[in-house]
Design a protein around this ligand. Structure first.
Ligand code: PA5
Length: 437
């Protein structure tokens, strides 16, 4: 069942139907490039088949391993950066209690989940080391290349700690590796130490890897039913393959954002009124930023968390430079059912809202903001999701992955490489090497 419907009515004021029809050929060309595997990055299209071509034995191994991790630790540390953590963090944040890490063990359904290796902060690592000192720990280190500095440094530090605490063999039982099938330093370590290892398929790049063990093992440890996510993505892979733009919201989204870009709207704000989408937005930023930002081109993907950011970014969005458009994720059914209480003294003068569901108030803020921003010259694309469940989020993940690939091809870039990421690494490595000498 389709849980996602995209409302383009608030873009029509900015883009005519004729302009939309003019990009139809480009969309069809991009579609063929994906279908026939004839475009740039053609050997990195494995993500298209992940939801349908499932390796059931491997999925079972992930579940079994997740059960073992849940039993063996209080704290599960996921070490990875970029595509090797954002998808897992995004989904875990959506489907676990907002305060789950702070709940006592008896109330939590899973170990506490902490992410590391996504920065080079000494403070972060020091605080983490102190925090886990008296806790049972397991680690999932994730790196496709197996040589990224941030996770490598965190992993070496944590591995040393675990080996001191549990011994080399004991540590090996608590270290899980997700990496390339055949190369990389991490794979060498995993083989030598006999760590349980999961493979990131060769034809799936980091930012498209959330539906591989990269995302699925952490999700399973968190107690999330990843089969439903895969089912949703599988459904989306059929729906969003329709060559009739009228019935394909994913292609229409790609078309509109590229037309808006041509009209000078070169910043896209992905926003939500649900704070637990914060890391989904971060995942989106990496997906689109690394895929499109090359050859002097690309929409700048940014994020807003509403209503919080209406009190920080709202002014600029309403009246600043008119180079923005917004894509808003709207969850139609909120299951928290919390009403504003009535108060006899009414000192805060809020009794006019007494008895109203908090989500109702949030929705009025959403509707009011969309109208204000559209009036102010900011086109809005609304992604309506009927319920916040795994199946729908699976659809949403695939929606953005496919839209990103189509959008990149329309833009004339290779959406599956990231040559620009090497520039800072080269400088950093030469500084670190000089330092060493
Ligand atoms: O999309 C990508 O390929 C990158 O953003 C990577 O995910 C990121 O750089 C981490 O790389 P690795 O998994 O090789 O450590």
């Amino acid at each position: 069942m389709q849980g996602i419907k995209v409302d383009f009515s608030n873009v029509k004021k900015f883009v005519s139907d004729e302009e939309l029809s003019l990009v139809t050929n480009d969309i069809m060309r991009a579609h063929s490039m994906l279908e026939n595997k004839s475009g740039a990055g053609r050997n990195m299209l494995g993500w298209l088949d992940l939801p349908s071509n499932r390796d059931e034995a491997e999925l079972e191994r992930i579940k079994t391993c997740a059960d073992r991790i849940r039993k063996q630790c209080d704290v599960f540390i996921i070490v990875g950066i970029g595509g090797s953590y954002l998808g897992a963090k995004a989904v875990i944040d959506l489907f676990t209690d907002t305060f789950s890490n702070m709940l006592p063990l008896s109330k939590r359904k899973a170990p506490e989940i902490i992410f590391a290796g996504n920065n080079l902060s000494g403070k972060y690592l020091r605080n983490l080391i102190e925090y886990i000192e008296d806790k049972e720990v397991a680690i999932n280190v994730i790196s496709k290349s197996g040589k990224t500095l941030e996770p490598a440094i965190a992993f070496r530090t944590l591995r040393t700690l675990l080996e001191q605490k549990y011994g080399i063999r004991g540590a090996a039982e608590r270290i899980y590796v997700t990496t390339d099938s055949s190369t990389g330093l991490l794979l060498n370590i995993a083989k030598k130490q006999e760590y349980e290892t999961f493979v990131i398929p060769d034809n799936v790049g980091g930012r498209y890897s959330v539906l591989t063990p990269v995302g699925l093992l952490p999700m399973a440890v968190a107690g999330i039913n990843f089969e439903d996510i895969l089912d949703g993505a599988q459904f989306a892979s059929h729906v969003y393959n329709d060559t009739n733009l009228e019935y394909n919201d994913c292609y229409k989204y790609a078309a509109y954002r590229n037309i808006l870009y041509m009209k000078g709207k070169d910043i896209e704000l992905l926003g939500s009124y649900e704070p637990s989408f914060k890391y989904f937005i971060e995942w989106f930023k990496q997906l689109f930023g690394e895929s499109e930002g090359k050859n002097g081109k690309g929409i700048f993907p940014a994020g807003v968390n509403y209503t919080t950011d209406l009190h920080s970014m709202g002014q600029l969005i309403q009246e600043g430079k008119r180079n923005l458009f917004e894509t808003i994720i709207n969850i139609e059914l909120d299951r928290s059912f919390i009403e504003l209480p009535s108060m006899e003294d009414n000192l805060d003068e809020l009794n006019y809202l007494a008895g109203k569901d908090i989500d109702y108030i949030n929705k009025q803020a959403f509707l009011g903001t969309v109208n204000a921003h559209v009036e102010g010259g900011v086109p809005n694309i609304i992604i309506n999701i009927d319920d916040l469940n795994e199946y729908n989020i699976g659809q949403l993940i695939f929606f953005f992955e496919k839209a990103c690939a189509i959008s990149g091809y329309i833009l004339g870039v290779n959406p599956f490489d990231q040559p620009g990421v090497e520039a800072y690494k080269k400088n950093m490595m030469s500084l670190l090497t000089i330092d060493k000498e």
